[in-house]
Design a protein around this ligand. Sequence first.
Ligand SMILES: [Mg+2]
Length: 194
Amino acid sequence: MTNKSTFNIDFFLNIYLFLRIENAIPDHEIKDLHEIREILHNADVESIIWDIDQTLVAYGKTTVPEDIQNLISNLKPNFRMCFLSNFPHTEDRIERIRTIEKQLEIDAIFSKRRKPSPVAFHLALDYLRSDPEKTMMVGDRILTDIIGANRLGLKTVLVAPLDKKTDPFLMVTLPRFFERPYLKLGRMIHRNKP
Ligand SMILES: [Mg+2]
């Protein structure tokens, strides 16, 4: 029953979020995660919320590439950081996230309300003790990471997925197919945004 009502709330909330197409436009778009260093250098932020899948590690994989591990450890002295993940419902998935936490020495915040729900982002902001405008969300998905974070006034970075071949078809490949035209439309309508 609880799940059902949560689904309904999120369903209508998501429709509302999708209609606010200006929220689909990220502040920055990068092809390689390492470009984040320059963006952070020029951005007035204290904290970073990382998406996990396809941002830091390929879908379903457990080992974070070494260059990304180095990137994160270089950023760590200057920023408070966490991962934001939809609640992993199986032991395997929980174990996978725990392994990634250990490699990067960053805590994962699990949200039962899936991104782009503001509830998920508020959990991460509370953990980081960070104001939205001092926080950067970094993720590979427009309809979850970017829309949700823009809605709350976070700074947003859209990064190209690490390895598209590992995307699950229904949950990710299919929505990605609609994301680019949706972003393009958003940029056409809101030309004043970068
Ligand atoms: Mg992702």
